[in-house]
Design a protein around this ligand. Structure first.
Ligand code: PBG
Length: 328
């Protein structure tokens, strides 16, 4: 009889389990997305994202302060723009006196050591709710005309103090375009985290509610990727590397762990994953119903994303997970 092989010996006590643990989550892994709104003195919960709020500029400073105390030091703010300021060219996106850029500059002034990743895409500022310019006649999303807008938006964000530019729009050639604009304006030190494989996902629903940024007509399938495709993500990866991305991202995370893994195997660049709004909402909804243990599920989700190959994780769980990890 063959002896029984006993992998369970490596699980027999907590100390041994800790010794052989392969993936360890830390607060350093997290980038915390933040929702910014106009006004003062307001903190409004996002209905479909329990525990996540939309903050006015004064309140977002307090929130960043609390997160920094917990060890979260990287943030990705997103703005909710008044409809009156939206137009078909997203002009408000480059306004240094606008809500977003003023607040980015103020956060950097108060917390010079944190990392701010700013979002480059037209949708929060676009009267069409798309990430690119919409051709008025055909309804087509115009790639090359959009690059001009993205370049100006990225430049304005760099001027406001962004550490990392995060183009989330999926237009072709945007990484090279933005890199050139930044370099020509002496922003060589500003990084680009490319949303390399961003899928046309149903999991963005709560985010679009939070920012009121859903497309007015049509969907995003002519620029965001088909959820059925993995090899196409590797093509996008090769292009982003060639165009000069400093970091690459896969988004969403949970339904795309295989894509995170494939990207990680093929690049020497840091890989990030975006654990998006709908993934957060699912866990919270089940936990509120008593159907799942919210805290354990959160840690399992985040650990699995890291195990799949993510070096960093954009997640709405960042603050809560930091508090749990600190408690130990
Ligand atoms: C848009 C953008 C989206 C998200 C981040 N940037 C939504 C979309 O593409 O429609 C989604 C993030 C989330 O769901 O948490 N540029």
């Amino acid at each position: 009889m063959l002896p029984i092989h006993r992998p369970r010996r490596n699980r027999k006590s907590e100390v041994i389990r800790d010794l052989v643990q392969e993936t360890r989550l830390t607060t350093h892994d997290f980038i915390f997305p933040l929702f910014l709104i106009e006004g003062q003195n307001q903190t409004l919960e996002v209905k479909s994202m329990p525990g996540i709020h939309r903050f006015t500029a004064d309140r977002i400073i307090d929130e960043v302060g609390q997160c920094v105390e917990l060890g979260v030091k990287a943030f990705a703010p997103f703005p909710s723009i008044n409809d009156a300021l939206k137009d078909c060219l997203a002009r408000e996106s480059a306004n240094p006196e606008g809500l977003y850029l003023k607040t980015v500059a103020e956060i950097k002034r108060q917390f010079p050591d944190i990392v701010l990743m700013t979002d480059v895409a037209m949708d929060p500022y676009s009267s069409d709710g798309h990430d690119g310019i919409v051709d008025a006649e055909s309804g087509e999303i115009l790639n090359d005309a959009t690059l001009e807008v993205l370049g100006q938006m990225a430049l304005a964000q760099a001027r406001a103090g962004a550490d990392i530019i995060g183009p989330s729009d999926m237009m072709d050639g945007r990484v090279a375009w933005i890199r050139r604009v930044l370099d020509e304006n002496a922003f060589q030190h500003v990084s680009i985290m490319s949303y390399t494989a961003k899928y046309a996902s149903a999991f963005y629903g709560p985010f679009r509610d939070a920012l009121d940024s859903a497309p007015k007509k049509g969907d995003k399938k002519s620029y965001q990727m088909n959820p059925a495709n993995k090899r196409e993500a590797l093509r996008e990866l090769a292009l982003d590397e060639a165009e000069g991305a400093d970091m690459v991202m896969v988004k969403p995370a949970l339904s795309y762990l295989d894509v995170i893994h494939a990207v990680k195997e093929r690049t020497h660049l840091p890989v990030t994953a975006y654990n998006v709004s709908g993934e957060y909402a699912m866990v919270k909804a089940a936990a509120q119903n008593g159907w799942l243990d919210g805290e354990r599920t959160m840690l399992e989700v985040l650990t699995s994303i890291k195990r799949a190959g993510a070096d960093a994780i954009l997640t709405y769980f960042a603050k809560e997970a930091a508090a749990v990890l600190r408690r130990g």
